[in-house]
Design a protein around this ligand. Structure first.
Ligand code: CMC
Length: 431
């Protein structure tokens, strides 16, 4: 079957004196790739690409990134417009369904999500079985996996639709309960009168003794953070969700695996490192200039955390939005933030420094997100959980896209074997 990305172009590969034609495929933003799917059959060769940094594992119509120019689109819509004007639930619909919802669709979706936020009461026992200092991230991964034991129906279009609703609706409850468990406070049940971000904040910060009053500025900032984290194409956790789902594992199991992948400090943990860096600078009373000088020194392990990105060689568009939001939140809360002041000073120095200019190192999404989370009271060990809450809609959209692709195959990379060649077994006493 001719795919929609095939072109008439080919590229030539010369190997062992023979020539092979490799088809060229092209996406809607003119990204081109060599189709090597028949390479092994034709030539006996496989490709070697550690970390898949140069491998297009799928075609996808969800998210477009141009790291050179600092562009990020969800389904064609610039992230800046969505962050400013959309809501997380509307953006989730967009990612999952491909188009912005009509008023009727959005109202219906919001209503359904609002009515599925409760967890089965047995989850109280599930949380209770975990150590009291359990990190919230593995707790959420385990809970999402365990949801599949409560909903074991056969996979149909309707059951997948319900699973999507349950995941989006219950994740804030799971996240808040994981936090409450970690600090030994009673769980707070969802409140259907509150919107998505406010409901989460209420479950996080209310106690049976004291109601938490949700500040609309804080709720809006949180909603925007969720939008900014909702998808980022084929990164480590998303590829994990696709890989697990490619074996036809269900959505709960696939997303539980994605949460585990996100937990790693190379992926979801960078904003925590930014806060630790800012706190350490403040504690030492070090000047921003001195810290930047240390970060540039190749003999010093210090790095300017939250700067640089594998994909963005320009200002990460999410960081731009967040910088403004940071200032707004701190101002609205009427508090000052030493962390924000240091961050802004570091940014100013680094953006004018030859070292960072030459290497095209700009602030990434993590540079300011931690500062906002701290300002609104989210503890550091919940930062990655917040990331997972936003990424939920992207993971769902990517899983669905994979499963609906008529050319979908189980993920099965190959390897270049480097171990011993054939040798005979020697019994233990003769070794
Ligand atoms: N501070 C100081 N020097 C840096 C930094 C930094 N933050 N980032 C890169 N460099 C230097 C690096 O030492 C190297 O210098 P040289 O050419 O002299 O050897 C040069 O810049 C290129 O660095 P690299 O590590 O090869 O660049 P990369 O594109 O492979 O790495 C990165 C990207 C994100 C791992 C790196 O920039 C970094 O460690 N940044 C700090 C950690 C961070 O903020 N991580 C969050 C990334 S965003 C997460 C997400 O989107 O999910």
């Amino acid at each position: 079957m001719k795919s929609d990305i095939m072109t008439d172009q080919t590229s030539k590969l010369i190997h062992d004196g023979s020539e092979y034609e490799l088809p060229v495929v092209r996406g809607s933003e003119n990204e081109t790739a060599l189709d090597i799917s028949k390479l092994r059959a034709k030539t006996g060769l496989i490709t070697y690409d550690p970390g898949y940094a140069n491998t297009g594992s799928c075609k996808s119509a969800i998210t477009f990134i141009n790291g050179e120019e600092g562009i990020l689109h969800y389904r064609g819509y610039p992230i800046e417009q969505l962050a400013e004007r959309s809501t997380f639930l509307e953006t989730s619909w967009l990612l999952i369904h491909g188009e912005l919802p009509t008023r009727e669709e959005l109202d219906g979706f919001t209503e359904t999500i609002t009515r599925h936020t409760m967890l089965h009461e047995n989850f109280r026992g599930f949380f209770g079985a975990l150590p009291k200092n359990a990190h919230p991230m593995p707790v959420t991964a385990a809970t999402v996996g365990a949801l599949s034991t409560f909903y074991q129906e056969a996979e149909t279009e309707e059951s997948i639709r319900q699973t999507i609703v349950r995941l989006l609706a219950k994740f804030p409850t799971i996240a808040a309960w994981a936090y409450k468990h970690s600090i030994g406070q009673p769980f707070i049940y969802p409140n259907n009168n509150l919107d998505y971000p406010s409901n989460f904040l209420n479950m996080m910060f209310s106690t049976p003794c004291e109601d938490y009053e949700v500040d609309p500025v804080v709720a809006r900032a949180l909603d925007m953070l969720l939008i900014l984290h909702a998808d980022h194409e084929q990164n480590c956790s998303t590829s994990t969700v696709r890989m697990v789902g490619s074996s036809q594992a269900n959505l709960y199991a696939s997303i539980s695996a994605g949460i585990s992948a996100l937990w790693g400090r190379l992926h979801g943990g960078a904003n925590q490192k930014v806060i630790e860096m800012l706190d350490a600078i403040a504690e030492r009373g070090e000047s921003a200039e001195d810290f930047v000088a240390r970060a540039k020194d190749r003999d010093n392990p210090a790095r300017l955390m939250g700067f640089g990105h594998r994909v963005y060689k320009n200002y990460d568009p999410r960081a731009k939005v967040l910088k403004q939001a940071c200032t707004d939140v701190v101002e609205a809360l009427g508090s000052s933030s030493q962390q924000l002041e240091i961050a802004m000073k570091l940014e100013e120095i680094a953006l004018n420094d030859e070292f960072f200019i030459e290497r095209r190192l700009f602030p990434n999404v993590d540079f300011y997100s931690g500062v906002i989370y701290k300002a609104i009271g989210i503890p550091v060990n919940m930062f990655t959980v917040m990331f997972a809450m936003g990424r939920m809609s992207g993971w769902i959209a990517q899983w669905l896209e994979m499963r609906r692709d008529p050319n979908f195959r189980i993920g099965r990379p190959r390897q270049v074997y480097t171990g011993p060649t054939r040798r005979d077994y020697v019994p233990v006493d003769q070794r």
